[in-house]
Design a protein. Structure first.
Length: 210
């Protein structure tokens, strides 16, 4: 019994250390789920796994419930802000940290350490790659008020074409002898900025928000 208790303590300490590695990176990156959150998730997942081995004949049953519970916790981190969805990486990190805790709880220390290093590599290296991709492919929504003139719409569309942006879709509404249009575009950040400046200086455009 003492041996089991000592091993459980070692597992919990390992979960504490591995959870803190990922949590520290999240804290430095100023994410919603930071140091303490990731440590507690890793510890909790580890503890549930240990208890499932101690007190049940079917450890996999509690593990399955743990996976579902972590899924609900991660879903709470996902939010929609306008046309963008945020928190997906945070939710995925929560899921990953719980999996690491479970691996340690089952005694697979090498697997837990390897998974932690891979997760840390993804967070550090691929974050920069994400920034490069975002600079190359931004998504904007331009809301434009223009004269009720088809030529004005043609001029607006030509601005996006000349800025090398792709118009994914367009919404158009007529009101008070004016066109109210929404243009959903994708393209580089510099190209989006170029389109903004040209729209603001275009005589066909009365008002633009983005």
């Amino acid at each position: 019994m003492i041996h089991h208790v000592n091993m459980a303590a070692i597992k919990l300490i390992a979960a504490l250390l591995l959870g803190s590695v990922i949590g520290l990176e999240r804290e430095i990156s100023d994410k919603a789920a930071g140091l303490r959150t990731n440590i507690l998730i890793c510890l909790g997942a580890c503890l549930f796994t240990i208890l499932s081995e101690f007190f049940t004949n079917d450890p996999a049953r509690i593990s399955a419930q743990l996976v579902s519970g972590i899924g609900f916790l991660g879903a709470g981190a996902i939010m929609r802000e306008g046309d963008k969805v945020t928190g997906l990486t945070t939710a995925a990190t929560i899921w990953m940290v719980a999996a690491i805790g479970m691996a340690v709880g089952y005694g697979h220390f090498a697997l837990g350490v390897t998974a932690t290093l891979i997760a840390l590599f993804v967070q550090l290296v691929f974050t920069q790659l994400d920034i490069w991709i975002d600079n190359w492919r931004e998504r904007y929504t331009f809301r434009i008020v223009s004269k009720m003139d088809d030529q004005a719409l043609t001029e607006i569309e030509s601005v996006f074409v000349e800025a090398k942006l792709r118009v994914m879709r367009r919404k158009l509404m007529k009101k008070n002898s004016l066109y109210y249009s929404e243009w959903y575009t994708t393209g580089g950040r510099v190209n989006q900025s170029t389109a903004q400046k040209r729209l603001l200086s275009s005589p066909a455009v009365l008002e633009v928000t983005y």
